[in-house]
Design a binder for this molecule. Sequence first.
Ligand SMILES: [Zn+2]
Length: 129
Amino acid sequence: MTTLRHLATGILREAGWSLEPPPLLWSPRLTRCAGLFVVEKDRRGTWHPEIRLSIPLLRRRDRPWPVAVCGCWCRDPEAVVRRILEHELIHHKLWWEGASDWGHTETFRRLAWEAFGHQSITHGIGSEN
Ligand SMILES: [Zn+2]
């Protein structure tokens, strides 16, 4: 069983990015998007990045396979998780490098295409975008 952390570490390494993944967690409540990158400030003022993945959306196997995720065809839930994770890790990389905007900027689109071949920038699966 490949853990999310292993998967994320592998994705970052293959992209040639020398940073550690942030904490990753499966969320049973996340339903409006498959993945989410969040940064929250604690009481001491320290920022904590985190990637959340949707259990309801990413564990589903009853899809009309293949489905498009980030503009790439995915044939099973594992492939979908990988694509969503790639997307969220780009947010993390931009934030970690100190970008003032770590959203879907031109830089984000370029990285998504160059590192992973993503042709669309979304947080959804198939037509759920
Ligand atoms: Zn995004």
